[in-house]
Write a new protein. Structure first.
Length: 327
C-alpha cells in the first residue's frame, strides 16, 4: 500500500504539502484494533511530532471513531493537526472514495490552524471525538451529530475557524490508555438486571457506560435496577449515562428515574458520543483518578468532546502529593 501511495501523481502537485509515508506492521483490519494499537499510533506520533507539521492516519472505518476519540485524549496539549481517514471501497476499486479522502486529509493536515484530532471523510472535516460512523455502505459514512463540521472540501477548501479549539498552552505529551475494564450496557424493555451483580462480583470492571432512552430515561418501576446501579457505584464502579439517540443531550434531572440516578452517583454523559464516553472514561481511569474524581472529570470538557456552560480545558487533582494533569 505504501508503495502505491508514494506513486500517486497528485502528491507531486505544487499545491500539495510535502508528504512522507510510514507503515505499521502488521496492517490490521480496524475490527481488530484495541487500546494497544491506539497506543502504538500515539507512540509514532510522539516520535515524529517535532519533525512534521501535521499527520494523516489511514484507518479502517469500522472503529475509526473510537481511535480518533482515544487519540484526542491521549495526545495532551496537541498543537498540530492529526487527521484520520479511510474509505468505504478499497483503493484499487474504480469507484473508490479513498483518493478523495486521502488528498483532502493531506491538505487539512498541512494547515496550521488545526490543533486537534479530526476525521476527514466524504468531503467534510469533523472533530474526531464528536464523530460516528452512521452508514455501513454509503460514501457519506460519518457524521458529527452534536457538533458542526470543522471544514469541507468542494470547489474550494473551507475551514470554519469559529468551531476550532484554541491552541494549547503547554508542551505536547502522550498519556497512554491502559485501563480497559469498561462495559457498555444498552437498556432495553423488559431486560434482566441481575447480571449487574455479576459485574460487581467480578471485581474487575471499573466503568460502565449505560445506554439509556432519550435524555437519560430508564424503567422507573424496576427498583431492582436502581439498587443494582447503587451497588455498582458503592463498589467503586464509575457509571456514566449516555443516550441511545443519535442527537441530543442526557439531562438526568429531566425524569424522575434520571434524578434518582444522579442521587446515587450516576454521571450524565451529556452530548458525548458512545465512542468519546468510553475512551474518555478509559483515559481518566488510566490517569489513576479515583471514582469520585473520574465522575467530576467526566463532566469537564477536556478536548471539545462535550458541551458545557464553561469550557474547562484543564483539571488538576491532588493525590498523595501527586498532581494529575488532564491536558
Amino acid at each position: 500500500l505504501m508503495k502505491r501511495l508514494q506513486g500517486l501523481d497528485e502528491l507531486n502537485q505544487e499545491k500539495m504539502p510535502q508528504v512522507f509515508f510510514d507503515e505499521f506492521n502488521p496492517i490490521l483490519d480496524s475490527a481488530d484494533m484495541c487500546p494497544d494499537d491506539w497506543c502504538a499510533i500515539a507512540d509514532a506520533l510522539e516520535r515524529w511530532y517535532f519533525d512534521y507539521d501535521g499527520f494523516v492516519v489511514l484507518h479502517g472505518t469500522d472503529t475509526m471513531a473510537y481511535t480518533a476519540s482515544a487519540l484526542s485524549f491521549m495526545l495532551e496539549q496537541l498543537a498540530k493537526p492529526v487527521i484520520l481517514t479511510g474509505s468505504q471501497l478499497p483503493f484499487k476499486e474504480p469507484l473508490t472514495d479513498a483518493r478523495q479522502n486521502l488528498f483532502g486529509s493531506i491538505i487539512f493536515a498541512g494547515l496550521a490552524d488545526l490543533a486537534e484530532v479530526c476525521i476527514f471523510f466524504g468531503g467534510k472535516l469533523y472533530r474526531g471525538n464528536r464523530c460516528k460512523k452512521v452508514d455501513a455502505s454509503a460514501m457519506l459514512a460519518f457524521d458529527s451529530p452534536n457538533y458542526p463540521a470543522l471544514g469541507e472540501v468542494g470547489t474550494d477548501i473551507k475551514i470554519h475557524r469559529r468551531h476550532l479549539r484554541d491552541p494549547p498552552r503547554g508542551r505536547f505529551r502522550v498519556h497512554k490508555i491502559d485501563v480497559t475494564q469498561i462495559a457498555v450496557v444498552w437498556v432495553i424493555p423488559g431486560f434482566s438486571d441481575s447480571f449487574f451483580q455479576c459485574l460487581v462480583d467480578s471485581k474487575t470492571i471499573k466503568g460502565v457506560v449505560l445506554m439509556t432512552y432519550g435524555c437519560g430515561n430508564a424503567p422507573a418501576r424496576k427498583q431492582s435496577f436502581l439498587s443494582a446501579l447503587k451497588n455498582m457505584i458503592e463498589a467503586g464502579i464509575v457509571v456514566v449515562a449516555c443516550s441511545q439517540c443519535l442527537r441530543g443531550t442526557v439531562v438526568l434531572e429531566k425524569y424522575k428515574v434520571g434524578k434518582a440516578f444522579a442521587d446515587i452517583g450516576v454521571t450524565a454523559g451529556g452530548d458525548m458520543t458512545t465512542e468519546a464516553t468510553v475512551t474518555k472514561l478509559a483515559y481518566l481511569l488510566s490517569k489513576g483518578l479515583n471514582p469520585e474524581e473520574c465522575r467530576k472529570a467526566m463532566n469537564e470538557n477536556l478536548r471539545g468532546e462535550l458541551l458545557v456552560d464553561t469550557n474547562t480545558l484543564e483539571f488538576t487533582e491532588n493525590v498523595a502529593s501527586k498532581s494529575v494533569n488532564l491536558g
